[in-house]
Design a protein around this ligand. Structure first.
Ligand SMILES: Cc1ncc(COP(=O)(O)O)c(C=O)c1O
Length: 488
């Protein structure tokens, strides 16, 4: 018999009782099978280093209860038929192959999480990857960040380790963020309206859970961000694609829908994802007017607008109105680093309470240590400094990319949305299907993403998204050279 039995000398149960429990558990879990012979009392006693009388006592108890059969001393076996009452306790079977396992019935939410809409584009490991949304992580002032973390770690405050007392996040951080967004994005809010969340994705998820019922219509930019689309679908929303032109979402098309059909509209007005175009002021006002008239809520996802190059910042939608319901979402994933998982949600005062409670239910809070370090990072000017440095760096990288594209492709490329953010979009004149181009680029060690993925309908084959923030100038040049070879 190849059975592991562990007995503990300091256990409150006597040894014979411990052995009895171990054997009983082994029988019920089918580690000892019906009919299987047990070792003799002498052999088991010697292998466990206990007295033979102890083993005999356990065996006798199990025989009397019907788990074992036989005569002690002349062969003891597991009963072939276990008593009825024991059979009611379903034995734990050895893990079955996944396809044989009975899957618990999923909710409609669970069933909606199929793979029909990917969470993110596939991400190959390639030497030159024009992946969008990846900051220059090597440039992050890690030493400074470490110093701030350590400062708080050394403080010896038990509160640092405890559950947070404020459901909306650290008040100091919320103040710092309220000031930051007022200054840089003209968002109008008090710290009370700021809720710290684990990245924009959590904000979108919470908004959807609180404001969307199954079957509600949600308008999304077409093309648009997959993370948002995925969250709306999971909640059972009907998606209404609204086209995007060179000035962002076409508000006229929203206005042409039956009144009050759309419950919520998701927009990326300051750097439309993925086209990169910016919604001009006039259209912003039109959108706000439409939302107000139709009683619709706007999610304003301002994910990378801190990086502006050739144009003056346009105020956030949120700051342009006092009437429409705008839920402003910001993130530190792009300005600092994505694994930090800190973002913020600015909501109308009437909704702060319910959002804070929903956030608590989701995962209680954002880690306190990182919130403290981030507060200092903002307050001591490191955020502004880092932003200035990255703006200059990304601007250079962007110019290198634009020049390389012009140099290699000339008239055969049009470039969109290069004035803001960390990526741009290109339209290449090519007869190659998008998938084939992505495949050939990958063979040449270059990662590009076809924008077709982001379309709900009428996906063009000639649009591609090129992120440049995380790539050195040399890699950008080499990447475009390789792409030109494929496309020539
Ligand atoms: C449109 C858009 N919103 C938000 C995010 C960032 O999400 P998070 O803050 O959850 O990291 C991204 C990341 O790529 C994005 O493209």
């Amino acid at each position: 018999m190849d059975l592991v039995i562990s007995l503990e000398s300091n256990n409150v149960l006597p040894l014979h009782r411990q052995l009895y429990e171990e054997l009983r558990r082994a029988i019920l879990s089918a580690r000892l099978r019906p009919g299987e012979r047990l070792p003799s009392t002498r052999a088991l006693a010697s292998s466990l280093g206990i007295s033979r009388a102890t083993v005999t006592q356990s065996y006798e108890q199990l025989i009397s209860e019907g788990y074992l059969q036989g005569v002690v001393g002349s062969g003891t076996k597991v009963c072939v038929q276990l008593p009825d009452e024991l059979l009611r306790t379903a034995p734990v079977k050895a893990a079955a192959a996944p396809q044989q396992q009975r899957k618990p019935q999923l909710t409609r939410y669970g069933q909606s999480l199929d793979d029909s809409v990917p969470l993110e584009p596939p991400e190959p490991e390639l030497p030159i990857n024009f992946k969008s949304g990846r900051p220059a992580l090597e440039e992050f002032p890690l030493t400074q960040w470490r110093r701030l973390l350590l400062r708080h770690c050394r403080s010896d405050q038990a509160a640092l380790l405890d559950y947070a007392t404020n459901l909306r996040g650290l008040p100091e951080l919320r103040h710092a963020i309220a000031e930051h967004v007022a200054r840089s994005r003209a968002v109008r809010c008090t710290a009370e309206q700021v809720i710290i969340i684990n990245g924009s994705q959590q904000a979108i998820d919470l908004i959807t859970k609180l404001l969307i019922e199954r079957g509600d219509t949600v308008a999304v930019e077409n093309p648009g961000y997959l993370g948002a689309r995925r969250a709306f679908l999971a909640q059972g929303a009907k998606l209404q694609p609204i086209p995007v032109d060179e000035n962002g979402i076409v508000v006229e098309r929203l206005a042409a829908l039956p009144p009050q059909l759309v419950k919520l509209v998701y927009v990326t007005p300051s750097h439309q994802f993925p086209t990169g175009v910016v919604l001009p002021l006039a259209r912003r006002l039109e959108l706000l007017q439409w939302a107000e008239t139709n009683g619709a809520v706007i999610i304003e996802d301002d994910y990378d607008s801190e990086f502006r190059y050739d144009s003056r910042p346009i105020p956030a939608l949120q700051g342009l109105t006092e009437n429409a319901n705008v839920l402003y979402v910001g993130t530190f994933s792009k300005v600092l680093f994505p694994s930090l998982r800190i973002g913020y949600l600015v909501v109308p005062t009437s909704l702060t309470h319910v959002f804070a409670r929903a956030r608590w239910i989701a995962d209680r809070q954002t880690p306190t240590l990182e919130q403290l370090a981030l507060t200092d990072f903002i307050r001591e000017g490191h955020l502004d400094r880092h932003l200035r440095r990255m703006r200059t760096l990304y601007d250079k990288r962007r110019q290198v990319l634009v020049r390389a594209l012009r140099h290699h492709f000339g008239e055969r490329v049009s470039i969109l949305g290069e004035n803001t953010g960390m990526h741009l979009m290109v339209r290449w004149q090519t007869k190659l299907p998008a998938e084939e181009l992505v495949r050939r680029a990958a063979e040449a060690g270059v990662g590009i993403v076809s924008a077709a993925l982001y379309y709900l309908e009428r996906a063009p084959q000639d649009e591609f998204v090129l992120g440049y923030a995380g790539l050195s100038e040399r890699r950008i040049q080499e990447g475009v050279r390789r792409l030109a070879k494929i496309l020539s």
